[in-house]
Structures are given as C-alpha cells and as structure tokens.
Design a protein around this ligand. Sequence first.
Ligand code: NAP
Ligand code: SF4
Length: 674
Amino acid sequence: MTDYPHMLKPLDLGFTTLKNRVLMGSMHTNLEERGDWNRVAEFYATRARGGVGLMVTGGIAPNREGGVFDGAGGLYTEEDMAHHKMVTDRVHEVGGKIAMQILHAGRYAYSPACVAPSPIKSPISPFPPKELDEDGIEKQIADIAECARRAREAGYDGVEVMGSEGYFLNQFLVTHTNKRTDRWGGAYENRMRLPIEVVKRVRAAVGEDFIVIYRLSMIDLIPNGSTHEEVVQLAQEIEKAGANILNTGIGWHEARVPTIATSVPRAGFAWVTKKLMGKVGIPIITSNRINTPEVAEDILSDGAADMVSLARPFLADPDFVSKAEAGRSDLIAPCIACNQACLDHTFGGKISSCLVNPKAAFETELVVTKAAAQKSVAVVGAGPAGVAAALTARDRGHAVTLFDRADQVGGQLNMAKQVPGKEEFWGLVDWFEAMLKEKQVDVKLGTEATAQMLDGFDEVIIATGVRPRDPQIPGQDHPKVLGYVDVLRHKAEVGKSVAVIGAGGIGFDMAEFLVTGESPTENLPEWMKEWGVTDPEEARGGLAPAGPQPDAPERQVVVLQRKPEKPGKRLGKTTGWIHRAALKMKQVQMKAGVNYERIDDAGLHISYGEARERPEVIACDNVILCSGQVSERALADALEALGKTVHVIGGADLAAELDAKRAIDQGTRVAATL
Ligand code: NAP
Ligand code: SF4
C-alpha cells in the first residue's frame, strides 16, 4: 500500500497509459541552444529513469519568428529532427514518455522578427511586434501544425501547445493585446478562434493516437485578462477541437503577482484548476508550487485536478516519483522555489541547474563515481557547503566524519528559514539530516574541531563558513545595536522602529522579517489579499479591483546602503522585483548613497555623498547590522601553518556574495575529485 494512491494511479488516455499522475512541466534549460544534444538527451533520460509519468520539453519554436529569442531551439529543419530523435530514443530506451512543447512567443519574443495580433510592444521585450495579416496568421497556424507533425515523426509521445503565460495564442484571447477588428479580434468568439484553429490543425496533423496537451491560462493576473466564464468556454472548445489533456497556466510573464517564487504558498493556485473540474471531459493538470508528494496527493485526493505538474522539483531531484513509490519521500531533495540556479540562469543566458542539485543539466559533466580506494575524510562545518561535500564524499565511497560546533546541521540556512516567505528552507535542512543519516555520515554536532582532532584523516575539507563583517561605525557598541545573528538566531527583542544597515540579501530578508506578522506564505487567503489576487469569476484576470491590500507593517523600517545604486538591484533576476515590491507594500524606506556617521541615543546619524552633505538622524529603537560577512578561516589557517593540505570551500573560501548555490556547487565539485 502506497502513501500516495492518487498520485501513483495510472492515467488511461485510451490509446496509451501514463504510469502515474505526475507530469514534469516544461522548463527551458538553454541546453538545446548549446548544440550538445547528447546532454539534452541525458537530462531527460535521467528524469525518465526516475519514474515520472510524462515529461514536457522546454519550449520549442515552430518557426523563426516564434522563437523566444533569435536562435532559440526549434523543430523546423531536418537537422532539428535528428537532434530531437536523439532525445526521444534515449527516453524511450529507459521506459519514459515525453511530449514536446510547441512554444510560439508572439510579442514576448526577444527578436526583431516577432509577430503578434496587434502591434503592441510587451513590457518584457524591447522589440515592437509586427501585426499579422490574414496570410501571416495562416502561416503561423500551418507552422505550428507542421511542427506537431514533425514532433511525431521525431518520436515524441505527444505535444503540448503552449497557450498560456501571455505567449502568442494567449495574446489573441484578451483585449489587452488583441485590438483587431477582423475575424480574429473583437468578440470573444473571434479572439478564441486562433487557439481553437491551432488545436484542430495540430490534431489533423498528428492523427488520433497522439497526446495533445493544451496549456490554458486559467488566471491571467493582468488587467483585462480573461474571465472564468471565458476560460470555461475556451476549455470546452479546445476539448472539441481535439486536445486530450488540459494543463494549467498561471499568470502572464508580465504579471506583477508572483506565481512560482518561494513566498507563494504551496499549491497556491490549485483552487483555480479545481474550478474547471467537471466542466470538460478530458483530464486536467494543475501546477505551480507543488513540490512534495504529500502536496500532490492532497490536491489529487481533493479532486482539484486529475494530474499534477511539477517542473523545478525535477531539477532538484530526478527521482521524485521513484523515491515516493519506495515510501522515502524524506530522501527527495526539495525544490525550495528560489529560482537562483534555474530561472535566474535561464534569463541570464546561462545553463539552468539547481541550487540543491548542481548535477541538474550537468548530468554528463558532473559525474560522481566510486573512488579507486577508500579514504577517511573530515569535513568541518555542516552548512550547505559542508553537507554537500560530505554527501558527495560518501558517494565516492569514502568514510566521512562531519563536525559542527552548532547542535544542528544547516549553518546559515537555520537563520534564513526564520524569514517569512522562506519556509521552504526548513525542508532543505530536514533533507540534509535525512541524507546524512541515510548515507551513514558520522555527524559530530556540538563539536569544535581542532587541528589535533583532524590529524590522521586522509583528507580535510574546511567549510567553516562566515562571520558578520564589522562595519566599524562610531557608536556601534550602543545597546540599541544588534547583529542579524542576534535577531534571527538568538531571537533578540526588536523595537518598533528600526534602521537596517546593509541592503544585500540579508538586509532585505531582515526587513521582511521585521515588518511581517504571520507569514502570508502559510495563509493562502491572506497571501491573495496581500497581492490583490481574486477569483476570476469575480474580476477579469483574477486581479482584485481594490489592488493589493497588505496588512499594516509590524514595524517602521529604514534600509540603508552606501552605494548610490537602487537598493536590491543585485537580488535575483526573477525574484528581486518581488522582494522590492513586498517591502514597498510594507512602507519600508530605502536610502542609498549614505555615510554612517555615528549611532547614539538619538538614533543613526547619516549623511549623503562624498561631501557628507544633508546630515540626518534616523530616530529608531534599534539599528541592525546586515553589512555582509567575512570568511571564517581560523582553522584553515592553523592547519596550513602546520603544513597540512586542506580543501577550503563555501564562505570560508570566499565570503563575498556567498550563497547556498555556490556553497553546494563547490562542496559537490571538490568532494567529487577526492
Ligand atoms: P551582501 O549581499 O554582500 O550585502 C552586504 C550589504 O552590506 C550591502 O548592502 C553593502 O552595501 C553593505 N556593506 C558592505 N560593507 C559594509 C561596511 N563596511 N559597512 C556598512 N555596510 C556595508 O551580503 P549579505 O546581505 O550579508 O548576504 C550574503 C549573501 O547571502 C548574499 O550574497 C546573497 O547572495 C545571499 N542571500 C541571498 C538572499 C536571496 O534572497 N537570494 C537572501 C539572503 C542572503 P554598501 O557597501 O553599499 O553599504
Ligand atoms: Fe528549485 Fe531553486 Fe533548484 Fe530552481 S534552483 S529547481 S527553484 S531549488
């Protein structure tokens, strides 16, 4: 008897059966564009081996004008065909199923060749699109249908027609982007003509025994988006046009509501999919912020969907399904929805990977094999770098002892998890513990490792992390001054008005911690109110007419930095805007280009610029130092002074811009060579 009977139940589509209700959703890894198709094939085959029911590829362009950027991966040449065949062959060899997503970006394309229903530039591309005429529209339909036919010829089990997230087909549906007055615009019947026509022509091109998924935007989260009534009408027409499955799309890319970030509640949009259940006869997939088998099972047993889509969790752990089948969900590496190594990389033109699993999309590069001879390895520091090194060293077959002076593993993550909206870090620390136990690492907590204790180990890895930087501000020993460690680790009391020194990741986290009461991430109605999300039956696009209604801030907070640039500019590419918007909603003040003059009973004295102009006192109960950190290298230095060779990783190696992504990556790579 399994713990996940609904999730692991096969789905019979008539001509084919999916072995369970888990779909790996589409993700763009940037691998296709590098031309290393062996690596693309291995990426998918690794996930197929892990038992997922069906995978959808990253978006594949049906023609040049539809590519998300010039040169984006497509399927419209014979050369493309051979590449895709490598992928499908490899997936089928290991018993998997894979559908290709056909993605036409329309006005979202980062290319001067982009086309759209109307010539309205999108806020996320600098290129104004060309308005399509009747022949142009016919060409797009024909290209999409031909792309689907080629996908079948290339061996795919199906296609997903991308109709959501504000891409080309979605752009025809709403007046926000479709101002046409011909048969493709105006009344809703006209605006939905294109998606319906596309699905009909795709079905005609691929025959009956082929999976056609349509990804339908169920809540647009933009002004003048679709109503729920329109969504239902479209879903029913798409079913009639020949789709076998409907997948859920949530929000356009230009929406100002977070939809997949870590601060979005788990399964936070399953209610949207549920509204469509019973209104069509084909299976419906739900998606967004589903990252554990327990969450998936709850959704399916509640009847909110027939199947679940998880994308990033398959970067974190390709064996998500097989571990759930084995009753070991505690061993599933959790996706913490940080976007740091996946979407931030995708949009930065880098290969997507995963903070938790640096092997993701590096399956052919970062291969951990058994070492020829077993060694004894000591790892000092049980933060992300140390744990990653310890686990990898065990995979190499070494005997590993992991020391930490704290009484818990996780290092700085134990502070991050206190921040509202970062609850997922709890799961990551739990996973570290479960894996260390499973892999039989000898963990010695509450133990300060000394040079003497490390004598006798074949290899010593130092992952002692960081300590807070001393900003040397006159008066910083005033009782109102606290460090971030005092607040997040030692739970120091904080007054009602606070100045935060430093506007890096920790300064922003601290501000969020100080202004938030109960975390909206743990309370879906509250989160919806905070971001102005409502039922699309109540308001077009699911945007509440009154806009965001956040609770009043718990404290008055000012965040400061010396650099004259916009505070928060260096936060994650896909999440920085969310942190900035969240703090703005809570009336947090930002001050850049400041000098810290002194701290005294009156508060924090600052001035601006090199000439130290405009002196100002920020009256506050507390000043909290979040001024970065420096490497904790004392042990490494002591060992090196004794002539020992050590491997220094993580923050102990380089404190600047340290984050868990770099720490885990370095820990894994260093241990993989021992
Ligand atoms: P950080 O990002 O390097 O920021 C340090 C802040 O302190 C900056 O605002 C800096 O601004 C200020 N500062 C530096 N030297 C100072 C000095 N001598 N006196 C006063 N202020 C000084 O470091 P962090 O905030 O400690 O974060 C550490 C790392 O954790 C980051 O690199 C980040 O990647 C990671 N992190 C990420 C997130 C996330 O959401 N992704 C969240 C938390 C932490 P000025 O020099 O302009 O004053
Ligand atoms: Fe999830 Fe972060 Fe990994 Fe992306 S990088 S898959 S969001 S854990």
